[in-house]
Design a protein around this ligand. Structure first.
Ligand code: NVA
Length: 201
């Protein structure tokens, strides 16, 4: 029914299969606006922000710090497609399952010399009951000034928002001079419009 009413459908949900099922039958473009497994629109905004800041995507080194979330997986895929180097630092039990993604456990190892440091919340939507266990598991994975200090001197920091300052990212980093978070947030608008322009055509 929605396929007959609408030119395109953007779906934000938990189960990835719901989006695939919708796409199979809707008859109009279906956009993944976030599932538990993937967040491709966020990856587009992140890449736009990286290209704006560095003038290129080729050879840029991206270090993910923290939970291997939907956002992490989509950014890793986008980096692989476009020639960026990607490494994820996450504790055992919270790492992306895709074996093609390079994973380490030491955040400093991932951050060393990186051009882009990225993180996401430690408790994603739907995981609220796991909050205490997750905060314990991610101790030491905060994207803070100490971590930023080992990155490239021109490094930028990204976060899909909403952020929890003092948890996955330090407030002085989120609001500091190396933060690209506000450009990144703005670019969610431009890249989503581009996806609709290309798909609705
Ligand atoms: N990993 C987060 C991203 C929020 C934009 C979540 O799924 O809640």
């Amino acid at each position: 029914m929605l396929g007959r009413y609408l030119d395109a459908i953007a779906i934000r949900t938990h189960a990835h299969a719901e989006v695939e099922t919708f796409a199979a039958v809707a008859g109009v473009p279906v956009v993944n606006a976030l599932t538990d497994e993937a967040h491709p629109l966020q990856a587009l905004a992140d890449l736009q922000t990286i290209r704006e800041r560095f003038g290129t995507l080729e050879g840029v080194r991206v270090a993910w710090i923290g939970d291997g979330t939907n956002v992490c997986v989509s950014l890793a895929e986008a980096c692989a497609l476009l020639g960026l180097d990607f490494v994820c630092a996450a504790p055992v039990g919270y790492q992306p399952v895709d074996p093609s993604i390079r994973v380490v456990t030491d955040p400093r190892e991932a951050a060393a010399g990186a051009h882009v440091l990225v993180t996401d919340v430690w408790v994603s939507m739907g995981q609220e009951a796991e909050r205490e266990a997750r905060l314990a598991a991610f101790a030491g994975y905060s994207l803070d000034a100490h971590l930023l200090a080992v990155a490239d001197p021109d490094a930028i920091v990204l976060h899909c928002l909403p952020a929890h300052p003092g948890e996955e990212i330090a407030g002085d980093v989120l609001y500091g001079p190396r933060s690209g978070v506000w450009d990144e947030a703005e670019n969610r608008l431009h890249t989503a419009k581009a996806v609709l322009a290309l798909t609705i055509g």
